[in-house]
Design a protein around this ligand. Structure first.
Ligand code: ZN
Ligand code: FE
Length: 257
């Protein structure tokens, strides 16, 4: 019997903690003291300090995939909050240890009073999953997509095929356009410079590149994006088929700019 995940409080915000070179750890939490959910903790510090300073108690960790820069902080956070649930793809138990709740695509959860839908999004890894929170109580929807969909980019194909990645991106693109997209790396400026080089006449890409470069010049995050913005400016989301995605991925993998 797995422990219940539901708590009474309503999650009201998502916060972002920059760690390592370009990773983001996300925290879903309410106003004031109470429970919090952490997504893809690359490291335990400074996440535990961030939570403690705000009087937040870790109740669950969501893991999108097995790479160390997404699960590396989980053991340390569990030392501090041993009761926290660890929610990950049960098909990847060997590579994502410490799971308390094994899930798969199509599963529904409830966390901090919010519905959470698990989506299978293979491509970057074979068992990559995403977590989608539909809109609720005046708040927009939120998508935690790990290294599948990036702002103006997508993850490298370490284990999956172009067809899998194309299908995964299309499944994410089918979410409401207002959905906030919390991707796990700050790759946006480089992705847009590459995209602008591919499509020099694309005004939407040019405008976004200028906005993103202004944010980066201030040291600000370019995350979250939105599904609508990705549909307008992400060449991988716009790829019509697996062959188009394969060509784009090859171009991006070789690009140094
Ligand atoms: Zn990864
Ligand atoms: Fe990563």
């Amino acid at each position: 019997m797995q422990p219940a995940l539901t708590t009474a409080s309503i999650a009201q915000r998502v916060s972002l903690i920059p760690v390592l070179n370009d990773n983001y750890v996300f925290v879903l939490h309410g106003d004031g003291h109470g429970p919090a959910v952490v997504v893809d903790p690359a490291v335990a510090e400074p996440v535990s300090t961030w939570l403690e300073q705000r009087g937040l108690e870790l109740s669950a960790i969501l893991q999108t995939h097995h790479h160390h820069d997404h699960i590396g902080g989980t053991p340390g956070l569990l030392e501090r909050w041993p009761q926290a649930a660890v929610i990950a793809n049960g098909a990847d138990q060997a590579r994502i240890p410490l799971q308390t709740h094994a899930v798969q695509g199509g599963d529904q959860l409830e966390l901090l009073g919010r519905a959470v839908q698990v989506m299978a999004v293979p491509g970057h890894t074979a068992h990559h999953i995403a977590f989608y929170l539909p809109p609720a109580a005046g708040d927009r929807g939120h998508l935690f997509c790990g290294d599948t969909l990036f702002a103006a980019g997508c993850g490298r194909l370490f284990e999956g095929t172009p067809q899998q990645m194309q299908q995964s991106l299309q499944a994410l693109a089918a979410l409401p356009e207002s959905t906030l997209v919390w991707c796990a790396h700050e790759y946006t400026a480089g992705n847009l410079r590459w995209a602008a080089a591919q499509q020099p006449g694309d005004a939407a890409i040019q405008m976004r590149l200028a906005e993103v470069e202004a944010l980066r010049a201030k040291g600000a995050a370019t995350i979250p994006s939105s599904i609508g913005l990705e549909k307008a400016t992400n060449l991988f989301v716009q790829a019509r088929d697996a062959e188009a995605l394969r060509r784009l991925r090859g171009s991006k993998d070789l690009w140094r700019g």
